[in-house]
Design a protein around this ligand. Structure first.
Ligand code: NAP
Length: 482
């Protein structure tokens, strides 16, 4: 890894603004998913060391919450400036540990930084209320206060953005945050931590702990000093954290799995729909929670769609993320095996392979962009969150049928549809059961809009003014003036 600023590559946890190895000396190896080369180590912290970070945050948060929103914003903006200054190095670190094409890493870092800048300003707009009272002697006031010490657990697919969209609103309103990044992609998080210190963030306000996920998750969800836990990851772990958090009734945000339908009606602009689909399906090698997971195409345009889509998909380049192909490797061997298993099950049950269907001959960690048709309900791929570059394409006849099919999932994160008919657009947007719906675009994430799901995709919102509420409590103040 050749960095202009090698000090960004940290192999220690960040506690109290100092870099810590585990007292036991235990470490966890981190590998480059493209070539399986070891790129570094992180400390395997003990439970006591994680609790130490919580104690530090508990003290530090008191002073941080007493700063003005403007003072906090100044520090957050300095942090964002430093991220911009180091963007190329941060992208190299991300591609080395996550595998995604360098251009996608760069755009993720810009996206990650957009949350810091947005919330630095939004923190200045934490308005309370005065509520008209029913008696002349009464006044009703609503104060919004920082929730306190927060913790978050983040996944590997967006190693920076999943962190900043939690950390930035928390810090902006006066909370402290302890981050547990995914053990496969910890170096992006640690580099952000390094820059936060350089920006002048006081000790204990942002800490990054590494180690065994089960142990850290258990402490985060049961420790009474942690007032809020935000998690992005699988529905399985989200449910576990919610159950563990029940005894302390901890405030939670859960950004979990998705199973996005991508519907193309026969009045759609087909070329635009295909471009949107390619972005939604194959970005990050299909490893995003908002990836198109089930593609529904109306019968009248199916053959034309399939021909055009296949031609475009075959032209996508695949390879080492460092060489900036259109698509790079999957995160690990387990992901490759899961992809192969889903495909084998579908083909064995009668699906048709249109293109792809295997790993790249020269790059065994890269799965080729794949299209399959003739999917039936008995196939695992018809229901699973695929998290790989396979597009299962279904045919449908009418609006009613496709909406029913689109909603027939326990998940409810993103949905996409392409149509030029306004009345249909309203009907479809209102009836799709999801937290986010995209019309005539394959990309919907932005710091200014609320990101999050319903059903088993979780609850809570990130980004926008709603993302700030996750880190605030409401205090109602009733005053008797007599
Ligand atoms: P995962 O297994 O749930 O892992 C995510 C994080 O949880 C990692 O930091 C992991 O740590 C940690 N973890 C694992 N087991 C844990 C436990 N028992 N207690 C506490 N923490 C635990 O998720 P994944 O399968 O790697 O990630 C992909 C999933 O994330 C997909 O389902 C995707 O849809 C979802 N996702 C959702 C959103 C959204 O906003 N809704 C965004 C991105 C991804 P270690 O790595 O150290 O094991």
């Amino acid at each position: 890894m050749k960095l202009q600023n090698p000090s960004l590559f940290r192999e220690r946890a960040l506690i109290d603004n100092t870099w810590h190895s585990a007292q036991s000396g235990d470490t966890i190896d981190v590998f480059n998913p493209f070539n399986h080369q070891k790129i570094g180590i992180i400390p395997n912290l003990s439970a006591d060391e994680v609790r130490g970070a919580i104690a530090t945050a508990t003290t530090a948060q008191q002073a941080w919450s007493k700063k003005t929103a403007h003072e906090r914003a100044d520090i957050l903006h300095r942090w964002a400036d430093l991220i911009d200054d180091n963007l190329d190095d941060l992208a190299i670190i991300m591609t080395s540990e996550q595998g995604k094409p360098l251009k996608e890493s760069q755009s993720e870092i810009r996206y990650a930084n957009s949350f810091i800048r947005f919330f630095a300003e939004e923190g200045k707009r934490v308005y309370g209320d005065t509520i008209p009272a029913k008696s002349t002697n009464l006044r009703h006031i609503v104060l919004k206060e920082p929730v306190g010490v927060c913790a978050c657990i983040t996944p590997w697919n967006f190693p920076s953005a999943m962190i900043t969209r939690k950390v930035a609103p928390a810090l902006a309103v006066g909370c402290a945050m302890i981050v547990k990044p995914d053990s496969q992609t910890p170096f992006s998080a640690l580099a952000l931590g390094k820059l936060a210190i350089q920006a002048g963030l006081p000790a204990g306000i942002l800490q990054i702990v590494t180690g065994q996920a089960e142990m850290i998750g258990e402490i985060f969800s049961t420790d009474n000093h942690i007032k809020k836990l935000s998690f992005t990851g699988s529905t399985r772990v989200g449910k576990l954290l919610m159950a563990q958090s029940a005894p302390t009734l901890k405030k939670l945000s859960l950004e979990l799995g998705g199973n996005a339908p991508f519907i193309i009606f026969d009045d759609a602009n087909l070329d635009e729909a295909i471009n949107g689909l390619i972005m939604s399906k194959y970005r990050n090698a299909g490893q995003t929670c908002v990836c198109a997971n089930r593609v529904y195409v109306q019968r009248g345009i199916f053959e034309t769609f399939l021909e055009k889509f296949t031609t475009k998909v075959r032209s996508l380049t695949v390879g080492n993320g460092m060489d900036n192909p259109d698509m790079a490797c999957l995160i690990n061997e387990q992901a490759l095996q899961k992809t192969q298993a889903l495909l084998s099950d579908a083909l064995a049950k009668g699906a048709t392979l249109i293109t792809g269907g295997s790993t790249h001959t020269d790059y065994p960690t890269c799965f080729l962009p794949t299209i399959i048709t003739n999917i039936t309900e008995d196939m695992d791929i018809a229901h699973a969150e695929i998290f790989a570059p396979i597009a299962p394409v279904f045919v449908f006849d009418d609006e009613e049928e496709v909406i029913k099919k689109a909603n027939a999932t326990p998940y409810g994160l993103a949905s996409y549809f392409y149509t030029q008919n306004h009345a249909r657009a309203w009907r479809v947007a209102e009836r799709l059961e999801c937290g986010m719906v995209a019309q005539n675009t394959g990309l919907l994430s932005t710091e200014v809009a609320p990101f999050g799901g319903i059903k088993e995709s979780g609850f809570g919102r990130e980004g926008s003014k709603y993302g700030l509420d996750e880190y605030l409590t409401i205090k109602y103040w009733c005053i008797n003036m007599e």
